[in-house]
Design a protein around this ligand. Structure first.
Ligand code: GEK
Length: 244
């Protein structure tokens, strides 16, 4: 796995964060060292996929990057046939997925599409995953995307929504940011790298509070909304389209 050094001495030069080829090369290292609980969220996706994906079902991973969440879902689905579709608007990511041998020789069929999540149309689905992706969509686009996801889900189908969270109370926000930075230091990012990445993500990653997310999901019509995973200022919701 190539080590993420994008924000070391060259950090100041990277003005705005983009999911380009330099990020694609180091992505697994970057996300594991930057997102507390990332591996646990993938483990949870396996368990959830095991429960909700029926034989012949369909799974979407929106903002699939290198397809880690799809592989996790496939693990949970086991030998049931299913179609797993990865969507990303980064050419660097989708071309890597298409060449990745891990998506061959499985019971499931994998498809990768280069497109904007905001512009896609969905086929009926058992499970839709947004694993740390919604936070990169412009805020006004978020409700329409989630509403289309809801309509695409079959009754009993589920959404996994993992995000970075913001906090309204300034004291809590400060503490969570300090803990997150300590997490990164513990994973051998320097203060320069932490500051460089933070500046590059400004206005690119726009986090919302847990309450905002939960309220929006409920307004759209999701039921049994639960925060099933949390680690410092990151976490994941599970939400269902009720059975008819
Ligand atoms: C994982 N889910 O490893 N349309 C399509 N893709 C987009 C859009 C958009 N509008 N905006 C951002 N992306 C992955 C991790 S990373 C999260 C998800 C992170 C894509 C973007 O190109 C990137 O690949 C992904 O969303 C976000 O489980 O790096 O913190």
């Amino acid at each position: 796995m190539e080590k993420d050094t994008l924000f070391d001495t060259r950090g100041a030069g990277r003005v705005q964060f983009r999911f380009d080829d330099t990020v694609a090369r180091v992505f697994p290292d970057m996300i594991n060292r930057s997102v507390p609980g990332y591996a646990a969220s993938l483990d949870g996706i396996s368990l959830i996929a095991h429960q909700v994906v029926r034989p012949g079902g369909r799974v979407y991973d929106l903002g699939c990057t290198l397809g880690a969440a799809l592989l996790a879902a496939a693990k949970g689905i086991g030998d049931r046939p299913a179609t797993l579709i990865g969507i990303d608007n980064s050419e660097a990511m989708i071309s890597r997925c298409r060449e990745d041998a891990r998506f061959d020789n499985q019971s499931q069929q994998f498809e990768f599409e280069l497109c904007q999540i905001e512009q896609m149309s969905f086929e009926p689905a058992d499970l839709v995953i947004l694993n740390y992706t919604l936070q990169f969509l412009p805020p006004p686009a978020r409700t329409p995307v989630l509403a289309r996801v809801f309509r695409a889900l079959r009754p009993g189908g589920a959404l996994v929504l993992a995000e970075k969270f913001s906090f309204e109370a300034p004291g809590i926000a400060e503490r969570m940011t300090a803990l997150h930075h300590d997490f990164k230091r513990a994973h051998h990012y320097s203060d320069l790298e932490i500051a460089g990445k933070r500046a590059a993500l400004e206005n690119v990653l726009i986090a919302e509070t847990r309450q905002n997310h939960a309220d929006r999901l409920a307004d759209i019509g999701f039921t049994d909304i639960v925060l099933w995973h949390a680690s410092i200022n990151f976490g994941a919701f599970l939400a269902f389209r009720a059975d008819d």
